[in-house]
Design a protein around this ligand. Structure first.
Ligand SMILES: [Zn+2]
Length: 61
């Protein structure tokens, strides 16, 4: 029997595919990581800049 509490895996895919792109079987990060917070923190992409939601760091493109 399937577990009721578990969310379908498919709902996670659109979110993940924003952060990563798969090319040639390899998983590549499509977003930058914050230089202040480290590799685990992704920066939000804007038109002409990237910002870190954690520390507020902003980087122009
Ligand atoms: Zn940061």
């Amino acid at each position: 029997m399937a577990e009721k509490s578990k969310k379908p895996k498919a709902t996670n895919i659109p979110y993940v595919s924003k952060m990563y792109k798969v090319s040639g079987g390899k998983l590549e990060r499509s977003t930058k990581s914050c230089p202040k917070c480290g590799q685990g923190t992704f920066m939000a992409n804007h038109k002409n800049r990237s910002t870190c939601g954690k520390c507020g760091y902003m980087e122009k493109k």
